[in-house]
Ligand binder design. Structure first.
Ligand SMILES: Nc1ncnc2c1ncn2[C@@H]1O[C@H](COP(=O)(O)OP(=O)(O)OP(=O)(O)O)[C@@H](O)[C@H]1O
Length: 298
């Protein structure tokens, strides 16, 4: 079995022949068993990337492998919860779960699906159309997890859940990942919430991959520095963001060697790292391919 959940190489997607590129030149590798956050501004290409991985869209160029196969070839082992949580409105909750069982013969985990629904106090006889947005999310997650997927793709799964439901469902997802080695890829705009649960990051901006890798490695590659405003102090380093306030300089950098003596440094949080990259779309990317280029240049 492949130890790679997702691998992209030169991946690009354009909508229509004259449309702009929603994704371009994406290269990254996500090992199996990871919980991966996909973050980025509105319109960055996150949903497009997840839909490509789910095999719902064909790439315009490049290659994407999912669990070692084409996205279409892996579909049976992939659970996908799209942003608008499409479900059949006329079915009841119980009928929806029965449909999950029918569509996934020999693989359906009824106990898990029913547990997720029951934790939201949902009436199994309630029609999907009568449910709130958050309740629909719960049913969609129950369907996706009941399939016992090797890879779970979640497009902003927590967006319409109340804080308790978020906490509870995030716990369910983490337990699933730990118990079955499920790889989870989830897009979100709430970066602070991802820090405790995710171990891998894909930051997408303007259709490109800006950061890709293990969160610990990405954090270790960056430093927050401050010191007297001396522009030369940052010279050898890759500067993601820098600001001068009065005589004080503060910056987020990728150090390329020892720091100038007058600079103080501290480790950034994931939120600081992501926000600095979002505020500075021109900052050099750090992806496995980009890291090799930076090392060559150093
Ligand atoms: N079906 C489509 N037809 C044409 N353009 C599309 C289509 N889907 C997405 N796009 C365009 O592709 C780009 C990326 O969109 P995408 O939905 O992937 O972004 P996103 O990062 O998920 O955004 P958000 O955070 O707002 O959900 C946007 O410019 C969007 O307008």
């Amino acid at each position: 079995m492949s130890d790679t959940a997702l691998e992209a190489d030169g991946l690009g997607k354009r909508f229509g022949r004259r449309g702009g590129w929603a994704l371009r030149d994406c290269a990254f590798r996500l090992p199996t068993g990871r919980v991966c956050a996909v973050v980025g501004p509105n319109g960055a290409g996150k949903s497009t990337l997840l839909a490509l991985a789910a095999g719902l869209l064909p790439p315009t160029e490049g290659r994407l492998t999912v669990l070692g196969r084409t996205p279409a070839g892996s579909r049976a082992r992939v659970g996908f919860v799209a942003q608008d949580k499409p479900l059949y409105p006329q079915l009841t909750v119980a009928e929806t779960l029965r449909m999950g069982a029918d569509l996934n013969p020999g693989r359906w985990d009824a106990a898990t699906a029913e547990r997720i629904v029951a934790a939201g106090d949902l009436d199994p006889g309630a029609r999907i159309r009568s449910l709130s947005g958050g309740q629909r999310t719960r049913v969609a997650l129950a369907l996706a997890l009941g399939k016992r997927p090797g890879l779970l793709l979640l497009d902003e799964p927590m967006a319409d859940l109340d804080p308790l439901a978020r906490h509870e469902l995030m716990g369910t997802l983490m337990a699933e990942a730990a118990q079955y080695g499920t790889t989870i890829v989830m897009s979100s705009h709430v970066v602070a919430e991802l820090e405790d649960s995710c171990d891998h990051l894909l930051l997408v901006g303007g259709g490109r991959i800006r950061l890709a890798g293990e969160i610990d490695d990405l954090l270790a590659a960056h430093l927050r520095v401050s010191g007297p405003a001396d522009s030369a102090a940052l010279d050898p380093h890759t500067v993601v963001e820098s600001r001068v306030t009065g005589r004080q300089l503060s910056a987020l950098i990728r150090p390329a060697g020892p720091l100038a003596g007058e600079l103080r440094s501290s480790a950034p949080s994931l939120e600081e790292l992501v926000l600095a990259h979002l505020r500075n779309p021109q900052a050099p990317a750090l992806t496995p391919a980009g890291a090799a280029r930076e090392e060559d240049a150093a």
